[in-house]
Design a protein around this ligand. Sequence first.
Ligand code: NAD
Ligand code: GLY
Length: 359
Amino acid sequence: MQKILNVALAKRSYPITIGENLLGEFQHFKLQAGQRVLIATNETIAPLYLQTLIDMLEKHGVKTESVVVPDGEQYKTMETWNTILSALLAHNHTRSSILIALGGGVIGDVAGFAASAYQRGIKFIQVPTTLLSQVDSSVGGKTAINHPLGKNMIGAFYQPQSVVIDLNCLKTLPQRELSAGLAEVIKYGIILDTVFFNWLEQHIEDLLNLDVNALSYCIYHCCELKAKVVAADETEQGMRAILNLGHTYGHAIEAQLGYGNWLHGEAVSVGMLMAAQTAKLLGKLTQADIERIKNLLIRAKLPVNRPTTMPIESYLPHMLRDKKVLSGQLRLVVPTKIGHAEVMDGIDKNIVLESIANV
Ligand code: NAD
Ligand code: GLY
């Protein structure tokens, strides 16, 4: 069964379609015969899904080319961005061409940013193939590349024309990547939805076992929660920042240890526990809620202890480069109970250091 959700952004509104075997179903892509498409994907995903997608598009009269880039967070760079732009140019793509991102969050972010820049912006379509990209990165229009000095520091807000989520793609996803996606799933429960957090406590093993009904409900619900936040605050002037729970701490881990060593979702898992410790030290969160969060992360097979090779003092320089920093002051998202989070300014440095030490 297919589910369709709308991201309500006036002229930039778009559908998210969730279901099985969608790579074979033309109508969800919002394309027309005669259009030209470049598919950007990576070396891991290409042998799995690229030909299926090309065959389906060509069958419907869409002229399709592809560009295959190296796999990994360490390739979410200016060079990869340039490779995609060069492929668009080499094939003489025009303003009416469409870029399709086929892959996880790395491909989605870098290809989306390339689409935003090519001839000052061409249409693009997200076809997310990891759980993380299906519940989070393909929705909402954040696109970016990393810089050695900071994660996602160069990019654009640029919305896709459609998002096509094929649940079948998850069957080839390594378990560690599935768990990384569950970190963002659990994040939604913590920041926005107590009932959903309770549901996850009942169904986390069903998700790990790729139960289609559980996955379909979960992905739809996460996209629904994210779509509401994005519709209210597309460019993160306010409440959208709560979607970054655990990310300020987590991005420090990713940047310090080298992009790709800790997966984004793994760093977010530990980062959410650090943010929970911050909330507790500020008297805003109970130990009982921290235990519930930690237990769910453990059951999702995610790390719950900070990396031992990373000194506590090394977090702060990274955290001060975070995009939420205002006038040199740290801003952190902290959970105040399961189902609710706040953005807090001016948190004392010693509280931050103690929060890290406690995880
Ligand atoms: P990823 O894109 O690196 O994919 C993870 C791994 O799984 C890669 O090796 C990939 O090749 C492989 N893979 C993808 N689909 C597969 C499939 N179906 N079968 C087998 N292997 C498959 O990582 P990710 O976790 O999807 O995304 C993480 C990135 O997303 C980070 O760069 C993060 O910053 C970004 N992100 C962006 C947003 C946003 O709003 N734009 C939100 C959250 C995260
Ligand atoms: N992943 C955070 C956001 O989309 O805002």
